[in-house]
Design a protein around this ligand. Structure first.
Ligand code: KG4
Ligand code: ZN
Length: 360
């Protein structure tokens, strides 16, 4: 089966073609980061309009890259949620209209299921069951993954997500948006000098909390800011202090994430860990997890860097897995739709708990 995947839940338009026999054939992405940067965050209306502009040219692009035509496609997968309603509506409208015109089915994909399964696109993928750490801008969750759609939540953040903490720390340090890569870059020139708390590190459970860490960064920034020589009412951090704070912040987050992952492997008795979501691109986190899993004689799997953040390949893949399972069971599933003139209604799920997701 050849599946076309659409991702448009936030500020990236991702399109991909996945073949259930041959694997990923092509993918293309347009990031809106520079467009939103001047506002310091994503502007939903601008995001929706840009998805409209990019979706079809990118679709043509992937078809060309894979040397396929629209008529070769057997099904379309799209992100139904969670995400920005307007942005999701663009993806679903295009997916449903194309499917209607081509007389093929569509399948709704949960954005986080896409992230969760992204490491399976790589060579030597882990076998089910495994532990998954999902660390993105909106989520920090540990899960036991037993199969497609079979996810048990083991731990969650009680407040901010790890990516959100990176973004807020970046703002406090006067770095740009998105903050994660900027903090990680600055941390390279930092050194151990400050000590930040590691909230919930000894809680004994698998939950996380990052809002206290952000407040501790704010206190550190305020205590170390010097008077600006040009403008006495403004306070500034010297560049080395900034780098040292970024360093310690990254150490604190990666300490917590690494320890909780190892606890999850120990508690479940599982031997493979997968890491996905934007923060999974962090090289210090990878370094720490590589060392810790090696010590436990477990394996750790990541998506390639470009598939840590939002992309169409993960949606095409998750959709293809659902199509495949549903076909093999010869069943009718409610997430599969055959758009016809009599059956052309659709809706998005801006909020959608992964726990509500069902096995195909
Ligand atoms: O998965 P993602 O693209 O979007 C969501 O679905 O949330 O994750 C984006 C998050 C942002 O908070 C960004 O700052 C963070 O991932 N991020 C990083 C790195 N690259 C992206 N955080 C730390 N280190 C990185 N290298
Ligand atoms: Zn995402």
């Amino acid at each position: 089966m050849l599946i076309l995947g659409f991702e448009s839940s936030c500020d990236e338009t991702g399109i991909a073609l996945y073949d259930t026999e041959q694997g990923l054939l092509a993918h293309a992405l347009h990031s809106q980061v520079t467009m939103h940067a001047e506002y310091g965050g994503v502007v939903p209306e601008l995001a929706s309009r840009d998805h409209i502009r990019r979706a079809l040219p990118l679709t043509e692009n992937v078809l060309q890259l894979a040397n396929k035509t629209l008529q070769d496609i057997d099904g379309i997968a799209y992100t139904q949620g969670p995400g920005l309603s307007g942005a999701l509506l663009v993806g679903i409208s295009i997916a449903q209209s194309l499917a209607f015109a081509l007389n093929i089915p569509t399948v709704a994909v949960h954005h986080l299921e896409g992230h969760l399964l992204a490491p399976l696109l790589e060579a030597n993928p882990p076998k089910f069951p495994f532990v998954a750490l999902l660390v993105s801008g909106g989520h920090t969750q540990l899960m036991r993954v037993t199969g497609i759609g079979d996810y048990e939540l083991l731990g969650d953040t009680l407040d901010d997500a790890a990516g959100e903490a990176f973004d807020k720390t970046a703002k406090l340090l006067g770095l740009g948006y998105p903050g994660g890569p900027a903090v990680a870059q600055l941390a390279r020139s930092g050194a151990p000098r400050f000590k930040l708390p590691r909230p919930l590190i000894n809680s004994g459970d698998l939950n996380f909390s990052f809002s206290g860490l952000k407040t501790a960064v704010l206190t550190l920034v305020n205590n170390n800011a010097q008077n600006n020589k040009q403008n006495n009412s403004e306070k500034q951090l010297d560049p080395q202090t900034k780098a040292d704070i970024a360093y310690e912040f990254q150490e604190a987050v990666t300490d917590i994430l690494t320890l909780k992952c190892m606890t999850a492997l120990r508690d479940t008795g599982l031997e493979s860990l997968i890491v996905s979501g934007g923060v999974g691109a962090n090289s210090r986190l990878r370094e720490r997890l590589n060392a810790a899993t090696e010590k436990r004689m477990c394996t750790v799997h990541y998506p390639r860097l470009e598939f840590c953040t939002d992309n169409g390949a993960m949606i095409a893949f998750a959709g293809a897995m659902r199509f495949k399972e549903i076909r093999s069971k010869e069943m009718q599933a409610k997430e599969i739709c055959h758009p016809t003139p009599e059956n052309y209604s659709f809706s998005v799920k801006a909020r959608w708990d992964l726990a509500e997701l069902q096995k195909p």
